[in-house]
Ligand binder design. Sequence first.
Ligand SMILES: *[C@@H]1O[C@H](CO)[C@@H](O)[C@H](O)[C@H]1NC(C)=O
Ligand SMILES: *[C@@H]1O[C@H](CO)[C@@H](O)[C@H](O)[C@H]1NC(C)=O
Ligand SMILES: *[C@@H]1O[C@H](CO)[C@@H](O)[C@H](O)[C@H]1NC(C)=O
Ligand SMILES: *[C@@H]1O[C@H](CO)[C@@H](O)[C@H](O)[C@H]1NC(C)=O
Length: 230
Amino acid sequence: MKFPLTFVLLALASSHAFASYPSPLQDFCVAINDSNSTVLVNGKFCKDPKLAIANDFSFPKFRYPRNTTNLVGFKVTTAFGLVWHFPKAEPNGPFVNQFPGLNTLGIAMTRLDFALHDLNPPHIHPRGTKMLVVVEGMLYVSFVTSNQLNNTLFTKVLTKGDVFVFPQGFIHFQLNIGQANALAFAFLSNQNPGLITIANTFFRSKPLINVDVLTKAFQVDNKLINYLQA
Ligand SMILES: *[C@@H]1O[C@H](CO)[C@@H](O)[C@H](O)[C@H]1NC(C)=O
Ligand SMILES: *[C@@H]1O[C@H](CO)[C@@H](O)[C@H](O)[C@H]1NC(C)=O
Ligand SMILES: *[C@@H]1O[C@H](CO)[C@@H](O)[C@H](O)[C@H]1NC(C)=O
Ligand SMILES: *[C@@H]1O[C@H](CO)[C@@H](O)[C@H](O)[C@H]1NC(C)=O
């Protein structure tokens, strides 16, 4: 009976060892951008490391601000007369799909440009913790803890040079509360951290979620749900 117990303890210990992002098995693995060689399990195929060049590890597109006036599909006027500008700041990357050198390195980055009053709406990165640094302007940032931690709201007002960390998997957002545009960069602890925008999940799914489900879940009138889905 001794052996199985040891085995169970070892299994438990090793499950702890694997509770974090796994270490790469090679020096690097620049992804091959070939739609025919996409691996759907985890990661991408590697370019021959002897053929890697400096440009594989460089991403020049952060030099330029995003066009925050181009808000097609992101501008929402609410029933209360508020206008939300959803910045196209953090759509999907550059994660590994846009930046092949990130493959297997466990890291990604985004640039966030906020026009006046812009909101990066509540969202989740299911596979990555995010660390954000403000470069210009003033942001009101927040995340909400899990049910187990009583859904506590943590908030902070950040100015130039301030850093905030959003733990993996929690709903979080950033709002420009300054008198000018704001600029921030965020670093994520996964080459492909994922993005789930909460409002889209509930009100823009295809097909739409049954109104009865949403009225019960949010304890509101079905007219409001119909309005939000529209
Ligand atoms: C992918 O495969 C298709 C069909 O075999 C081929 O026509 C296409 O050129 C391939 N693409 C690349 C990038 O190799
Ligand atoms: C930004 O987008 C708007 C709307 O599409 C366009 O009118 C404007 O010329 C763009 N500005 C720049 C600098 O590209
Ligand atoms: C990879 O290929 C896709 C589709 O062909 C393209 O949209 C994307 O920009 C490419 N990525 C890189 C880093 O070249
Ligand atoms: C959550 O709320 C319960 C009930 O009020 C309390 O007993 C518990 O300590 C709280 N937990 C945390 C992490 O705040």
